[in-house]
Design a protein around this ligand. Structure first.
Ligand code: EPZ
Length: 430
């Protein structure tokens, strides 16, 4: 299996261009099948989760054409199956957006029930509650979830939990329902707004995305469009925190600084210099990082997908910090790996208590999940000596050319696929 070999201790510096937002693209690609006309989507990140969803979309009969590296054309006119194969949902949970898209378009859909994953149980009760509120029957049996409606009629849905996935799925399911739908306690992430903007570009009538009340007026049909996806807030944040971890100087380009405000605020709080431009943010790491406390919250709060990266930086800050994870119940699995690099972190319940240390030392590591894997790369880049990180396919789910972008910033990192390649690189970097 592929792994990263990293020699730490280099202060990363330079500019990095940020790709399209994975978590917006997943909702948008599912929405694209809701018209029989051709949709062109640009700035699509070329990452594993996206490729798997496009395979699932092809699997139900839609036409998918890769125009060039980060653009794709989709035509949902030839869809012949409302049942999404298990193999896709097993690989990515977000295949469940096809549940809402197919229900919204064909009034029926069937997807394998997503399991939990490495960061928590991740139920979909709010998705089901919403589908039922629109008049759909929802049947769960044999590990499948089947939805069917004679008529889809707009309803008033109050989410008991702020849920990105449920908000997106219900925008999909209701955008061609009869009448008006109101989503209360909706998620407000930038990618929610992006999916709503995309649906409106296809002729939907959605207002209020980005606030906690979204109003959807059902329309009869959706049409083709061309749309470009917003920059990835979490990819940008990961590189911004790489500057802090390595005491470097990194400018993330092609971003929307407003989406990064909670990250910029925390980086300033711990002593980094943050300089915002129109579509870029420069982060200059501090020689001595200050401790602070963080609690993950739905947007515009500090994003849970940046929690591991924040902990890595605080583990190198002077003093005691606390990181509280309020979204998922099991998102500290990387702490054991970090402590093997010399960090001093204790997890009690949903809070990590961090005592800053002078330095990390390189170690053999395994990525527990997507964002924790990226955080361990940051730790290895900051560490003294060589680290080897296994299970990097998790990281490749959400970061396009991660090692290539890091190398351009001066990182000594190589993606190797055999022990022989690993030894060769280790000899080369000494
Ligand atoms: C999305 O997951 C993202 N994934 C996650 O990013 C992100 O961490 C999460 O939103 C929170 O921002 C995608 O967009 C593909 P939720 P999602 O529904 O939609 C509970 C990454 O690294 N909940 O907002 O699954 C749930 O258990 C990934 O890119 C219910 O109880 O997250 C969690 O505690 C990791 N019932 C909380 O809500 C439901 O029906 C937030 O989950 C739905 C969710």
């Amino acid at each position: 299996m592929e792994q990263y070999i990293i020699k730490g201790g280099v202060r990363l510096h330079g500019e990095v261009s940020i790709g399209g937002a994975k978590n917006a693209a997943l909702g948008i690609l599912a929405a694209a099948i809701m018209t029989d006309e051709t949709v062109t989507i640009e700035n699509v990140p070329n990452v594993r989760d996206i490729r798997v969803l496009l395979q699932a979309i092809e699997g139900i009969g839609a036409k998918v054409k890769y125009v060039y590296n980060n653009s794709v054309q989709i035509n949902g006119g030839a869809i012949c199956d409302i049942n999404v194969d298990y193999e896709y949902i097993k690989k990515i949970r977000a295949s469940y957006y096809l549940l809402g898209a197919l229900l919204g378009k064909y009034k029926e859909s069937q997807v394998t029930l997503p399991g939990g994953c490495n960061i928590g149980s991740r139920p979909i009760d709010q998705h089901i509650k919403g589908f039922k509120a629109l008049g759909a029957e929802v049947d769960i049996s044999h590990g499948m979830i089947h939805t069917k409606a004679e008529r889809l009629v707009g309803g008033h849905i109050y989410f008991d939990v702020v849920s990105v996935g449920a908000t997106i799925n219900l925008m999909l399911a209701s955008c061609m329902a009869e009448g008006d739908t109101i989503l209360e306690n909706a998620a407000k992430e930038p990618h929610i707004v992006d999916v709503a903007n995309f649906l409106n570009a296809m002729g939907a009538n959605i207002k209020g995305a980005g606030t906690d009340v979204i109003r959807i007026k059902g329309v009869n049909r959706l049409h083709g469009t061309t749309y470009s996806i917003i920059p990835d807030q979490i990819e940008a944040g990961t590189f911004m925190f790489a500057a802090a971890a390595t005491k470097g100087d990194i400018t993330v380009k092609d971003v929307i600084p407003k989406h990064l405000e909670s990250l910029s605020a925390k980086l300033s709080e711990i002593g980094c210099q943050v300089i915002e431009g129109d579509d870029c943010v420069r982060v200059i790491g501090s020689e001595e990082l200050k401790c602070t406390n963080v609690k993950t919250l739905p947007y515009p709060g500090f994003p849970t997908d940046m929690q591991p990266q924040m902990s890595v930086v605080l583990a190198l800050a002077k003093g005691s910090s606390m990181v509280t994870e309020s979204i998922f119940e099991n998102r500290f699995k990387y702490v054991d790996e970090l402590n093997r690099m010399g960090s001093s972190i204790k997890v009690e319940g949903n809070t990590a208590y961090i005592e800053g240390v002078e330095k990390f030392t390189g170690a053999q590591l395994a990525a527990p999940d997507l964002r924790a894997g990226a955080a361990l790369v940051l730790a290895a880049l900051a560490a003294e000596g060589i680290s080897e990180i296994e299970d990097i396919e998790y990281i490749q789910r959400g970061y396009e050319d991660f090692d290539g972008k890091l190398r351009k910033l001066g990182a000594v990192i190589e993606r190797v696929d055999s022990e022989k390649e690993a030894q060769k690189f280790k000899l080369k970097i000494g």
